[in-house]
Design a binder for this molecule. Structure first.
Ligand code: DC
Length: 226
């Protein structure tokens, strides 16, 4: 690949619980491409702000956290999930909670926080290619990506998937509570003025309701191999 030609990117955007994380990882593994979990960046900013006892609505303080935060994604030594190191601390487990998701969603509506994370995200674009998972990958961060997917599923199914996932980790959650949280987060992510959750005009829409992970992965790979 010529050094002047940017590495190809597959963007996979969509609401929480649509399966983006799992699908993006499997697609990246299949293609042998890098992976950007952009939600983890917003979660990490929320985590740092929380650890420093900052008010999440304090835009200047949150922006400072985003500008100075050091984040590293590391393969797990035991072959499990990728570990996320935030300012030197393994914050993988803390970042996965619903509380971290809600904090990330709140902090993600601050334009200067989003701006502070742009360069970091662009840096993930390296040969042989990148799979970028998020809300605004195809619309704002990689608008020139040759492959764009918008992955969705009904709120009921997304709540059900999250319920199984969190219960499997031994967390105490209710299906109703999760569905309400998912709907509130969707509404906030889709209605914010900066980089709202919406499909890029040139994205392929995939509704994964009732589909297996393997079928969704095959659909995304078909978009790349088109
Ligand atoms: O994908 P996730 O659930 O880890 O994302 C957590 C929150 O971060 C999500 O509710 C909105 C925000 N986010 C965003 O605004 N833009 C992105 N590209 C990724 C996540």
């Amino acid at each position: 690949m010529s050094p002047n030609v940017p590495a190809p990117v597959v963007t996979i955007d969509g609401p929480s619980g649509s399966g983006k994380g799992t699908v993006s990882r499997l697609v990246a593994d299949h293609l042998g491409w890098h992976l950007l979990d952009s939600g983890a960046l917003y979660r990490a900013v929320g985590y740092v702000a929380g650890a420093e006892g900052l008010d999440l609505s304090d835009a200047d303080a949150a922006t400072r956290c985003a500008q100075t935060m050091k984040i590293r994604f590391m393969a797990s030594p035991d072959g499990g999930d990728t570990r996320v190191l935030v300012n030197g601390h393994d914050a993988t487990d803390e970042l996965r909670t619903e509380t971290a998701g809600a904090a990330a969603s709140a902090i993600a509506s601050i334009p200067s926080v989003r701006q502070a994370l742009v360069e970091l995200q662009l840096g993930f674009r390296k040969a042989p290619g990148l799979v970028a998972d998020g809300r605004d990958m195809g619309t704002v961060i990689f608008p020139d990506a040759p492959f764009k997917v918008f992955l969705t599923a009904s709120a009921a199914e997304r709540a059900q998937r999250r319920y199984k996932q969190l219960k499997g980790k031994g967390l105490s959650v209710t299906l109703d509570g999760l569905r309400r949280e998912i709907e509130a987060r969707d509404a906030r992510d889709a209605s914010r003025t900066v980089a709202p959750l919406k499909p890029a005009a040139d994205a392929v829409l995939v509704d994964s309701t009732g589909m297996s992970i393997a079928d969704v992965v095959a659909k995304v790979l078909a978009v790349v191999q088109r």
